[in-house]
Design a protein around this ligand. Sequence first.
Ligand code: CAA
Length: 258
Amino acid sequence: MSFVTYECKGAYGIITMNRPEALNALDSSVLDDLSSALDEVDLDTVRCLIITGAGEKSFVAGADIKEMAGLSKAEGAAFGKKGNDIFRRIETLPIPVIAAVNGFALGGGCELSMSCDFRICSDNAVFGQPEVGLGITPGFGGTQRLARLIGMGYAKQMIYTARNIKADEALRIGLVNQVVPQADLMATAEKLAAGIAKNAPIAVRQCKKAINEGLDLDMDKAIELEETLFGECFETHDQVEGMTAFMEKRKEKNFTNN
Ligand code: CAA
């Protein structure tokens, strides 16, 4: 039985972390299952992905503390690499990934949400990096992505104090884009995914690449990257279709990812 399920809903897909007895905590099996779920996503047809947690209490309550408790230094590093490799795969997936955070997003859970393109959450969501209280550092990208997302000052405060924050504070500091009642979370995420899926997939993918890769470059190089990716959109079916539809005052567009 898998701890992670994948459901394809036409132009978008939903990955659900499903280990409710441990609040969807990430042990090695869950990480393997997450990797397998990603393998299932057909990147030729699926245009946006949502990652959420099963139940109404937890997105992911972190890496599995019971599994980590007895690890050696080498095993700890290998476990960090296992999580990092999968989260980096999510971050660099060609299509956008939305985290629909439905409760606790602690440690590895906050880190999983940060490997997604953006986050929306339910009003009961709780974010935090509690690792220093357990005698470790964040290990699935938290020291790197949190500072890039919310700035160094807030990131250091959250990580050094190990203090959890509620949805309203996460919204205020820019960790999430939107807070909605729990009952509306998936409908909101699916509406966002469907809206993204309506746009030219080639262009959306090029935007993800431009933003992700451009942030690591100086502005001159970043602008060059944008020029290249912008240029590559031309002569594609989707560029011709998008601009022809505008000129014909036509709302319906037949984007094909070609
Ligand atoms: N690892 C393993 N098991 C976990 C877990 C985790 N991260 N989080 C919750 N569980 C388990 C609990 O042990 C419990 O199992 P048992 O019934 O067998 O005891 C079950 O899930 C339900 O949890 P609680 O009874 O604790 O539920 P609660 O509502 O009282 O508390 C909570 C919820 C505040 C999230 C609490 O479970 C908690 O603090 N969990 C740990 C959060 C945490 O520290 N996460 C960071 C882990 S370190 C990390 O992630 C490192 C990294 O960067 C890679």
